[in-house]
Write a new protein. Structure first.
Length: 176
């Protein structure tokens, strides 16, 4: 079990930190710098896809890949038609199914940080570690720590991402 203490250094480092912990890697600033740079180039339509491709190119383990579930079905289908990478599965998904605990933990979730207590609205990746009926344990790379949060707040964070920021939510998990 990791201590989940890494605090992202850049504005785009949240996904890098979450992917590292998801794969059992302890992130550091040089890792984050590499991943953020890699995420900026490649498939221009989606930073998360670029970073996932770069991550798998460098850290892929035999028999282990990443599943990216997009909440918008048509967008997921579009990405499936444009991108095919070994170790990466792109599919439509219902984020509410994940949040209801019907899938395995941990997983990375794209949310609006405003619902988590930030002063402004902006997209942010967190790592959902475990859950009870009403609470989730999350790792927030912005804060560099784990905390318990009400399930309703995370649901609101996913809804705000789509409604306020017009961004499709993503769930990223390990696939064997």
């Amino acid at each position: 079990m990791h201590s989940y203490t890494y605090r992202q250094k850049s504005g785009q480092g949240c996904l890098a930190a979450c992917l590292a912990y998801l794969y059992g890697i302890k992130p550091d600033s040089s890792y984050e710098h590499y991943m953020v740079r890699a995420g900026l180039f490649g498939f221009r339509d989606n930073f998360a896809i670029n970073m996932t491709i770069a991550f798998l190119a460098r850290y892929r383990q035999a028999g282990k890949g990443l599943r990216l579930g997009f909440a918008h079905k048509r967008y997921a289908k579009l990405l499936q038609s444009k991108i095919s990478r070994s170790g990466m599965v792109i599919e439509p998904c219902n984020t509410q199914v994940w949040l209801q605990g019907k899938m395995s933990y941990p997983f990375v979730l794209y949310v609006d940080r405003y619902a988590l207590g930030a002063e402004y609205h902006y997209p942010h990746f967190i790592l959902v570690l475990t859950a009870t009926e009403k609470m989730l344990m999350i790792y927030d790379p912005w804060e560099g720590k784990c905390r318990r949060i009400q399930r309703t707040k995370i649901t609101k964070a996913v809804q705000l991402l789509r409604a306020h920021l017009r961004v499709c939510s993503v769930v990223i998990s390990v696939v064997h």
